[in-house]
Design a protein around this ligand. Structure first.
Ligand code: HEM
Length: 675
C-alpha cells in the first residue's frame, strides 16, 4: 500500500482531499459542474475507497464488509463507517453508495474545511476557491519541504495518464472516479493514447473498478436521477398580498417571510398585466442556492436591455463562470477593507468637512444627508473626484433604467423623458472628470484607487473590461455610495431612535477618537465590538438589497418544486431575516444575537450581502466604512429622529431605503470639530 501524500503541515491528505482538489477548476474558482446526483455518488465512492485503503472495509463488485470497525480519526470517513458497522446485514457497494448519498454534502463540506485548515485551499467571498499560491507554484518533485504539497495531485495524475509508469493504487482509484464523472477532457487535453491509457488504468485496480461500477449503476438509475413529479407552485392571492401590512410598510423581507410561512418556499406572484413571477424564499432555499445555484442559475441575459442603456456589454453583475471569477479576483483589492484602512485620513477629513455644515437645533432630510455624507468620501477615495453635484442625477437615472429595462415595472419610453435625457448627460460629466485626473503624470506616486484598478483590467483584459463598459463601472461607484448611504441611513435611524445603543457606540467612539484619529489597525474586532454587532443587526432588520433576480439555465427541483429552464426566478434571500426559525423574535432589534453561542449571523438565513458567486464584493469595505461614519458621528454629535413621533416607513423599489419623511435633528455637539 502506498503512503498517503502529506498536506504540508505533516497531516496526510486523504483520498477525498485529493479527489476534491482534482475537481477544482482553477479558471472559474469553483468545481467542475458535475450534476448533483453524480457528484454525490462519486464522493461516497471516494469515501468507501478510502476506507478500503485504510483496511476498515473490504469491497468488490459482489459485497462490502467490515474488516476493522476502529474509527479512522477522519470525521467524514467515520460518519459512514459507523453506519456500515451498525448494519447487521451485508450489502454490496452499490447498495451503500445509494444508502449513504445523503451524507455526501456533509462530506464535501468537511473535506473543504480540512483543505482550508491545511492552508491548501483558500476560500473567497462568493464561495470561490483557489489553491493557495505557495501550494500551486511549489515544487512538484515529490519533496514535501517548506510546507509545499509533496506532489500536487493534478501533476501526478497527469504523469499517470501521459506516461507508461505504474501509478500508485490510490491514483488509479482517483482516475476511476474522475472517469466516472466524465470530466477528464475538462482537466487535460487528451489524445487517443491517453484515452486508451485511462481505460486501461481503470481496469487495473479492483477497489477503483468496483467503486466506479457501483457509482455508474447508481448514476444510471432513473429512479434516483429523474426529478420527482414537481409539486404545483402555489400562486399568492393578490388580495392577501395587498392586505399584508408589510406590503404597505415596504418591509419586503418581512412580507416574503409571511408569504413563505403561508405558501411554502416556492410561490408565484402575478401582478395585473404582467407575467407571473416565481419567488424562492426561506432558509432551505438559501442553503440550496449557495450549494447548487451555480449549476442552474445565471445572471447573463438578464441585464441585456439594461446594459444597452449604458452602451455596455458584460458588466460585472451580468458575468458568470471563469470571466466573472477573473473580474472579481482582479478587482478585489479595489473593494477591500485594507484599501479603505490605508486611506482613513480622507474619510475623516471629508466626514468632518461635511459635518461642519450641521447646526445644533437644525433638522436635515435623512436620505440626502446620508447619501451625500457617504458620497463625499467614496468618490474621492475610489475615483479621486467630487460627485456631490451629479450624484442625485446619476442615481435617479439608474433607478429609472432599472425600473424600465430590468424590472420592467415601467414602460421603456419613461427613460426617454426630457428630464431623464438631461440626467443621462451627467454620466458623460463623470467620465470627463475621471479622465482629467487619471493621466499617468497625475497618478504618479498616488495610492492606487478603484479607477487605477479598472484601467489595469481594461489594459490587461480588454474583452473582459472593454472601454464601452467604463461609464457603467464608474457610475457604479456613485451607486455604491447610494446603497451604502441608504444602509447608513437605516443605521443612523436605529442609533438615533435607541439612545441606550447610541451611548454604547459613543463609548467605543470616544475611546477611539479621544487621543487623535485612530488608524486602520485600531478598528479591531475588540475595539468596535458593539458597533459591529449593531451593524449586523441593522443589515438583518433593514437589508438594503432584499432580493436578487436570476435566469434558469438548467431545469432543477428544489424543495419538491420543479423550476423549468428558461424561467426567471426572484430569490428572496433576506426573507429568513424575519423567520422565527432563523432569528427568534425577529421583530426585536437585538444586537446580542451575534454573541456566542447564539451567533445567529452564521446561519444560512443571514444573507444581507446576497448569496453565491455574486455576493457583495464591497461587503468588507462597506462594514468598515459604515462603522467609521457611525462612530465619528457618535463622537461629535447627538442626533435624534425627527419628527419625534416618526414611524419608520420604507420605500423598497428598486432597493430599500427609509422614506423621505425621515429627518435627523442635531440635538447636541459633544466635541469641537478640528479645523
Ligand atoms: C448597505 C450596503 C450594501 C449592501 C446591502 C449590498 C448588498 C449587495 C448584494 C445583496 C449584492 C448581490 C446582488 C445580486 O446577487 O444580484 C451586491 C453586489 C455587489 N456589491 Fe454590494 N452592497 C452594499 C454596498 C456596496 C458597496 C459600498 C460596494 C462597493 C464599495 C458594493 C459592491 C458590490 C459589487 C461590486 C457587487 C457585484 C458583485 C458581483 O456581481 O459579483 N456594495 N451587494
Amino acid at each position: 500500500m502506498n503512503d498517503p501524500i502529506e498536506g504540508g503541515t505533516g497531516q496526510p491528505l486523504s483520498l477525498l482531499d485529493e479527489f476534491i482538489l482534482m475537481l477544482l477548476d482553477e479558471e472559474s474558482g469553483y468545481f467542475y459542474q458535475i450534476p448533483a446526483q453524480k457528484m454525490n455518488c462519486v464522493i461516497i465512492g471516494a469515501a468507501l475507497a478510502e476506507l478500503s485503503l485504510l483496511l476498515r472495509i473490504d469491497t468488490d463488485v459482489e459485497s462490502l464488509h467490515v474488516l476493522d470497525p476502529t474509527e479512522t480519526g477522519n470525521p467524514s470517513l467515520d460518519l459512514i463507517l459507523k453506519e456500515i458497522v451498525d448494519e447487521p446485514v451485508r450489502h454490496n457497494a452499490q447498495y451503500w453508495i445509494e444508502k449513504l448519498l445523503y451524507h455526501a454534502e456533509t462530506i464535501i463540506d468537511l473535506t473543504l474545511e480540512n483543505l482550508v485548515k491545511l492552508e491548501i485551499l483558500e476560500h473567497h467571498q462568493g464561495d470561490f476557491w483557489t489553491v493557495a499560491p505557495d501550494k500551486l507554484y511549489g515544487t512538484t518533485d515529490g519533496d514535501s519541504d517548506n510546507g509545499i504539497i509533496g506532489q500536487f495531485i493534478r501533476t501526478r495524475i497527469g504523469k499517470d495518464i501521459f506516461s507508461d509508469d505504474i501509478p500508485y493504487p490510490r491514483d488509479i482509484i482517483i482516475i476511476c472516479l474522475i472517469e466516472a464523472c466524465d470530466i477528464f477532457p475538462l482537466i487535460f487535453k487528451l489524445d487517443k493514447k491517453a484515452e486508451e491509457r485511462i481505460k486501461l488504468l481503470c481496469r487495473m485496480d479492483l477497489i477503483g473498478r468496483s467503486m466506479a461500477d457501483a457509482v455508474e449503476q447508481n448514476i444510471n438509475n432513473p429512479l434516483l436521477t429523474s426529478s420527482h413529479l414537481g409539486k404545483k407552485i402555489p400562486r399568492v392571492s393578490l388580495h392577501r398580498l395587498l392586505l399584508n401590512p408589510h406590503t404597505r410598510g415596504g418591509n419586503l423581507p418581512a412580507l416574503f417571510a409571511d408569504l413563505t410561512k403561508e405558501y411554502g418556499p416556492v410561490f408565484e406572484i402575478a401582478l395585473p398585466f404582467s407575467k407571473p413571477n416565481i419567488f424562492l424564499s426561506g432558509p432551505e432555499i438559501n442553503r440550496w442556492i449557495r450549494r447548487h445555484g451555480r449549476k442552474y442559475l445565471t445572471s447573463k441575459n438578464l441585464f441585456g436591455d439594461f446594459e444597452k442603456v449604458y452602451g455596455a456589454v458584460g458588466i460585472l453583475p451580468a458575468l458568470d463562470g471563469a470571466d466573472h471569477f477573473r473580474y472579481r479576483k482582479t478587482m478585489t483589492p479595489a473593494y477591500s477593507r485594507g484599501r479603505l484602512e490605508g486611506q482613513l485620513d480622507v474619510v475623516y477629513s471629508k466626514a468632518r468637512e461635511y459635518m461642519a455644515n450641521w447646526k445644533v437645533g437644525e433638522t436635515y432630510p435623512a436620505r440626502d444627508l446620508c447619501r451625500k455624507m457617504i458620497n463625499a468620501q467614496t468618490s474621492p477615495l475610489m475615483m479621486n473626484i467630487d460627485t456631490q453635484d451629479i450624484m442625485d442625477d446619476i442615481i435617479a437615472y439608474k433607478e429609472r433604467a432599472l425600473s424600465t429595462h430590468l424590472l420592467n415595472i415601467l414602460p421603456k419610453f419613461m427613460l426617454e423623458t426630457p428630464g431623464m435625457k438631461r440626467r443621462a448627460k451627467t454620466i458623460g460629466t463623470l467620465m470627463e472628470r475621471v479622465q482629467s485626473v487619471h493621466t499617468a503624470a497625475q497618478r504618479a506616486g498616488c495610492p492606487r484607487n478603484f479607477v487605477d484598478d479598472l484601467l489595469s483590467l481594461n489594459a490587461n483584459y480588454p474583452m473582459l473590461m472593454p472601454e464601452a463598459n467604463l461609464s457603467f463601472a464608474l457610475s457604479a461607484v456613485v451607486l455604491a455610495s447610494m446603497y451604502l448611504g441608504d444602509g447608513f441611513n437605516f443605521a443612523l435611524y436605529a442609533m438615533a431612535s435607541q439612545p441606550e445603543l447610541y451611548d454604547k457606540i459613543r463609548s467605543e467612539a470616544d475611546a477611539l477618537f479621544s487621543n487623535g484619529d485612530p488608524t486602520g489597525k485600531d478598528f479591531t474586532p475588540a475595539n468596535i465590538e458593539i458597533t459591529d454587532r449593531f451593524i449586523n443587526e441593522c443589515l438583518r432588520v433593514y437589508p438594503v438589497v432584499p432580493m436578487s433576480m436570476r435566469g434558469v439555465v438548467n431545469t432543477f427541483t428544489v424543495e419538491g418544486y420543479e423550476i423549468p429552464r428558461g424561467a426567471r426566478v426572484n430569490i428572496a434571500q433576506t426573507a429568513p431575516h424575519y423567520m422565527e426559525d432563523s432569528f427568534p423574535d425577529p421583530f426585536s432589534f437585538d444586537i446580542d444575537r451575534y454573541l456566542p453561542p447564539r451567533n445567529e449571523h452564521r446561519n444560512p438565513g443571514y444573507a444581507p450581502y446576497g448569496l453565491g458567486p455574486h455576493t457583495c464584493l464591497g461587503a468588507r469595505w462597506m462594514t468598515l466604512h459604515m462603522a467609521v461614519n457611525l462612530l465619528i458621528i457618535a463622537h461629535y454629535f447627538t442626533l435624534r429622529v425627527y419628527p419625534e413621533d416618526y414611524k419608520l416607513g420604507i420605500n423598497s423599489f428598486p432597493s430599500m431605503k427609509p422614506n423621505k419623511k425621515l429627518k435627523f435633528h442635531i440635538a447636541e455637539q459633544k466635541h469641537e470639530l478640528p479645523i
